[in-house]
Design a protein around this ligand. Sequence first.
Ligand SMILES: NC(=O)c1ccc[n+]([C@@H]2O[C@H](COP(=O)([O-])OP(=O)(O)OC[C@H]3O[C@@H](n4cnc5c(N)ncnc54)[C@H](OP(=O)(O)O)[C@@H]3O)[C@@H](O)[C@H]2O)c1
Length: 295
Amino acid sequence: MSAEIIDGKKLAAQFRAELKEKVAKLTAEGTVPGLAVILVGDNPASRSYVTAKEKACAEIGIYSSDNRLPENTTQDELLALIERLNNDDKIHGILVQLPLPKHIDEDKVLLAIRPEKDVDGFHPVNVGKMVIGQDAFLPCTPHGVVQMLLRNGVKLDGANVVVVGRSNIVGKPLANLLIQKAATGNATVTLCHTHTKDLAHFTRQADIVIAAAGRPNTITADMIREGAVVIDVGVNRVEADTPKGYKLVGDVDFDGVKEKASLLTPVPGGVGPMTITMLLFNTVQAADNFAHSKK
Ligand SMILES: NC(=O)c1ccc[n+]([C@@H]2O[C@H](COP(=O)([O-])OP(=O)(O)OC[C@H]3O[C@@H](n4cnc5c(N)ncnc54)[C@H](OP(=O)(O)O)[C@@H]3O)[C@@H](O)[C@H]2O)c1
C-alpha cells in the first residue's frame, strides 16, 4: 500500500478561509479580533514562529499587537504587560511564545493570562475544562491534529490510537481530547513515553499512530500495521547538504512508513500549518465570546 499524503497546508487554507469570513462578520459588527503576541529574547526559532503567527493573523484580518521584549526583561515587567493586555478591550487573545528565558517562571506567566484570553489553551482553567469535557480553548497542536483526522474522514469512534509523547503541550492534551465522550473523541488511547516497554508492541496494534516524541525515526515501517493512519507531529533539525546546513524531518521514517500506512502527514507541511490555524480559530472564538458578552 502507498499512503495518501495529507496536505496540511491545503487543509489549513480551507480553515483559514472559513475563519476569514467570521472575522469579516465580527469586524462589521464592531469587534476586530485582536491577538497580542509576546516574545522575550531573541531565540531564532521563536522569532520565526512569532513572525509566522502575526503574518497569519494579518492574512485573515485579525489585528495583532507585536510585543518583542529584550532577553533581560524581568518577570515583573512581563507580568505588568500581561496585566495591561488582560484589560485591553482591543485584545481578545494573548500568546506568550515559549520557551521563556530561564530567570522567568513560565507557570507564573501562563497563570497570569486571563483564561478568557488564553488562546494557547495552556492556562490550568482551560486545561481542566478540557479534561472534564467543558467548553475551553483547546491547545493548538492537539486540536489541529484532531481536526486533521476528522476532516480526512478518519473514524475516531472506537479506534485504537497510540500517542507517542506525553508533554503538556502535545501528548497529554491530545490523548485527553481523543478519549472524550464526543464526536471528536470516543477513541481508545494508549499514551507511550520513554518508560514504555516495547513501544512497537503498542504501535503495531494501532489504527492510528500519532508521533510527538521530538526524535527522528521514532516510528519505522516495521512498527505499524498495514493500512494504519500515521500523524507526525515531530519537527527535528537534522544536518543536511542544504544552504542552511540542515533540513526538517519528523519523528516518522516517512519513506518507509508511506509504503505501509493508508494516510500519512509530511514534515514540513503537515501538522505545522494546522497549529497556527487553531491559534487563529481560538482568537476568533475569544473575540466572538467578547462581542457577545457585551450585549
Ligand atoms: N508541528 C507543530 O506545530 C508542533 C507543535 C509542537 C511540537 N512540535 C514538535 O513535536 C515534538 C514533540 O514536542 P513536545 O513539546 O511534546 O516535546 P517534549 O516536551 O520533548 O516531549 C517529548 C515526549 O516524547 C517522549 N519520547 C521521546 N523519545 C521517545 C521515544 N524514543 N519513545 C517514546 N517516547 C519518547 C518523551 O517521553 P518522557 O516524558 O518519558 O521524556 C516526552 O513525553 C517535537 O519535535 C516538537 O518540535 C511540533
